[in-house]
Design a protein around this ligand. Structure first.
Ligand code: UT7
Length: 325
């Protein structure tokens, strides 16, 4: 088995900012409620002519430059997304053409907020077994297109963005463990009810606003804290490490209170947690991707550091990955 590590990172955030003050004009909410209950101050919105593959393309170009690779060097493209440009073809195929990665095998992964970790786990399998050399793994979302800006329970939470990494064989360090899990019995807690084969688009689904995200936030909150804590512990154990060995946690950014409750249970000080929820809200699969890219660029992750990715989302699905940088 070959060692697999991340050799390049890149992110892209759309320019348009939606602040809590903007949301106060749209629904019955307040800046104070949003900050104290979620930790979010603002989020980014894609322009009307930007789709998920456009965001992915910009993040991917940045990651390729950072890895000092050309698009022709990429053998595999996996995009994690819940908001593809269209039901098919995959975002990965659109991305292939955008960046000109002609020889790459391309597909998407549907694992909601844990999608980036799931996609890394798949690329890891291919590279560690020698099937492919260089993989581009992207988390990209335009959640603003499936967010109901009449529903204060959800519209304050979500934003748009993309993060990309290049995975390749490395001489030292790299991915030490990956742990994934799923629980379809709780699928109803977070979903977009219509637009698929169960409830195809109709006048009724549109009138009932069923093409937007529906969430039972309270139930999810408790599960998120418990599961993200357990997942971190299991992935660390699999890597032969303990919480005290962690240099930086890159958690899914759904709610500041979830992240801090998890950190407390793990006995981690706030300095060991990377946060960007304040600026971007919850970007589903792009949250961990963008957070990892930013942390590297800001020098928060240095060679030899132990980094833990920890994500949880609709499905339910969860995943953690321990990486020695
Ligand atoms: O990304 C994948 C996983 N996602 C998550 O893990 C999300 C988990 N859930 C959460 O982050 C939180 O549950 C929320 C942020 C969604 C909600 O926070 P909460 O503290 O659980 O609030 P709640 O749903 O229990 O609602 C408390 C009150 C309710 O009013 P009443 O019934 O007590 O009168 C809500 O109607 O807050 C009200 N509320 C709001 N008030 C002002 C809900 N949303 C808002 C809002 N502004 N935007």
């Amino acid at each position: 088995m070959k060692r697999v590590g991340i050799i390049g990172v890149g992110e892209y955030l759309p320019k348009k900012v939606l602040t809590n003050a903007d949301l106060e004009k749209m629904v019955d909410t307040s800046d104070e409620w949003i900050i104290t209950r979620t930790g979010i101050k603002e989020r980014r919105l894609a322009a009307s002519n930007e789709a998920t593959s456009d965001l992915a393309g910009k993040a991917a170009q940045a990651a390729l430059e950072n890895a000092r690779l050309k698009s022709a060097d990429i053998d595999l493209i996996i995009v994690a997304t819940t908001t593809p440009d269209a039901p098919f073809p995959s975002v990965a195929c659109f991305l292939q053409t955008l960046i000109g990665a002609k020889k790459a095998v391309c597909f998407d992964v549907s694992a909601a907020c844990a999608g980036f970790v799931y996609a890394i786990s798949i690329a890891y399998q291919f590279i560690s077994r020698g099937a492919y050399k260089n993989a581009l793994v992207v988390g990209s979302e335009v959640l603003s297109r499936v967010t109901d800006y009449q529903d204060r329970n959800t519209c304050v939470l979500f934003g748009d963005g993309a993060g990309a990494v290049v995975l390749s064989e490395v001489k030292s360090g790299g991915i030490l463990s990956i742990y994934l899990g799923s629980d379809g019995a709780n699928a109803d807690l977070l979903k977009i009810p219509a637009g698929g084969s169960r409830h195809p688009a109709s006048q009724e689904t549109i009138d009932n606003r069923l093409h937007y995200i529906k969430m039972q936030g309270n139930e999810l909150f408790k599960l998120a804290v418990t599961i993200m804590t357990q997942v971190a512990q299991t992935a660390l154990k699999d890597a032969g490490l303990e919480c005290k060995d962690i240099d930086l946690v890159i958690p899914h950014q759904a709610n500041m209170r979830i992240i801090m409750a998890m950190a407390k249970k793990l006995g981690l000080v706030a300095e060991k947690i990377y946060l960007n929820i304040e600026k971007y809200g919850n970007m589903s699969s792009a949250s961990t991707a963008v957070a990892l890219c930013e942390a590297v660029k800001q020098g928060r992750i240095k060679k030899g550091d132990i980094v833990l990715l920890d994500a949880f989302g609709a499905g339910l699905v969860w995943g953690a990955c321990v990486i020695k940088w």
